[in-house]
Ligand binder design. Structure first.
Ligand SMILES: [Mn+2]
Length: 400
């Protein structure tokens, strides 16, 4: 029997800006590695988005290296493909550093023959064959799938009698959950056949599908990477076993409970909203709980910034973390910005509605400034050089 662990979307570093949750993705990785060692898996697959950014902090890299080393010391190989988050805009990824140091192996081994993409296999010592394709921003990997040399791939698969795994990081059109229906995706017809298991990621939902005679699994994020995801789960990964067929076991992480509280502020004053929150929070015990407080509606008087957030937060005593969401809290005087379906012209429409002077002139300045503010730090550019460049460009726009 072959046992393997399938992880995806670790997003190490994603919570670094949020002190209370900062260490959890790394803790989740540690838990998964614990399980891999305990269950003596043959190998581990990480199906993309191991890191949250292409330039993670030293602490994040160190935590990742510690866990990968534990696997290496236990003779458990780690097979990866990169996800959209692992790449810098110029296509570089920190995963290459881990690969070069022997802590993981990239199973995306491209070999272009004219316009056809051939993929070389990686054979694990269990006899398992692994072939991978990475994910790119906005499903740019589609061209990989469209140009795959399927005949060549078929020959490789026919030569191997063991377990065959395809490692990928792409949403599948037919398998997308409803709330992601606008996410770029690859149709099933583009996915190469003949594999027993498709180790997928990218879609942050835990789900397993039948595909051909095999299975395609999405393990969900190892640790949820947003408050929205945390409402459903702390995180999860899969431990799978194969003898004649694959059986999947979902391992759910349970660091803490999540409690969502909704307050309807419609037609209420700030004071009465605060009183209502206080009353509700006082009744609860928040130990080992993440509290997500959502205040929404149109206030009778006052504005969202009048809310005493620090006082409210102090009421959730003992909570792991406390998140107050006022995105849907409005005042009567706030100008309503209509949701415009046409994304292409959304800037034009909003500028036209809110510009005060000569529209053409203001529009040019605003659009140029938006372009400047969209600038991305170049690989190797220092923060101060990047800031200097940004300020210089911004000054040009407003003729300073
Ligand atoms: Mn992801």
């Amino acid at each position: 029997m072959i046992k393997f662990c399938h992880i995806a979307d670790c997003h190490l570093g994603v919570w670094n800006h949020h002190p209370e949750l900062a260490g959890y993705p790394e803790k989740a990785l540690q838990k998964a590695v614990d399980a891999c060692i305990e269950e003596r898996v043959n190998f581990v697959i990480i199906a993309g988005d191991f890191l949250d950014t292409s330039m993670p902090s030293i602490e994040t890299l160190k935590a990742a290296a510690v866990q990968l080393s534990r696997l290496k010391n236990n003779d458990i190989p780690v097979y990866v493909v990169a996800g959209s988050h692992d790449y810098s805009p110029s296509g570089k990824t920190m995963l290459s550093v881990f690969s070069a140091s022997g802590l993981m192996q990239n199973v995306f081994k491209p070999d272009w023959h004219e316009n056809k993409l051939r993929l070389a296999p990686t054979i694990d010592k269990s006899g398992t064959l692994l072939i991978g394709l990475p994910g790119r921003t906005a499903s740019l990997e589609k061209e990989y799938y469209d140009n795959l040399d399927k005949e060549h791939l078929k020959e490789i698969l026919e030569k191997n009698n063991g377990l065959k795994i395809f490692v990928m990081h792409s949403a599948i059109s037919e398998f997308k959950p409803d709330f992601l229906k606008n996410m770029a995706s690859i149709p099933i017809s583009s996915i190469p056949g003949g594999f027993d298991y498709y180790a997928n990621g990218h879609v942050h939902v835990n789900k397993i599908f039948d595909i051909g005679s095999g299975k395609m699994a999405f393990p969900g994020p190892l640790f949820s990477s947003s408050f929205k995801e945390l409402e459903d789960s702390n995180g999860s990964f899969l431990i799978n076993a194969y003898s004649v067929k694959i059986t999947c076991e979902i391992k759910n992480l349970d660091f803490f409970n999540v409690k969502k509280i909704k307050i309807d502020a419609s037609d209420k004053s700030i004071e009465s909203v605060e009183n209502e929150i206080e009353l509700q929070l006082k009744q609860e015990n928040f130990s080992n709980t993440l509290v997500l407080l959502e205040i929404r509606g149109i206030l009778k008087s006052g504005k969202p910034s009048d809310l005493n957030i620090s006082k409210i937060k102090s009421l959730a005593y003992g909570a792991v973390a406390f998140k107050v969401n006022t995105n849907r809290l409005e005042t009567k005087t706030m100008k309503e910005i209509k949701v415009i379906a046409d994304k292409e012209n959304i800037e034009d429409i909003v500028i036209k509605e809110h510009a005060t002077g000569s529209i053409e002139n203001e529009k040019q300045i605003i659009l140029s400034m938006m372009k400047v503010l969209n600038t991305v730090k170049k690989d190797g550019e220092t923060v101060s050089a990047f800031e200097d460049r940004l300020i210089k460009d911004a000054k040009k726009v407003i003729n300073l």
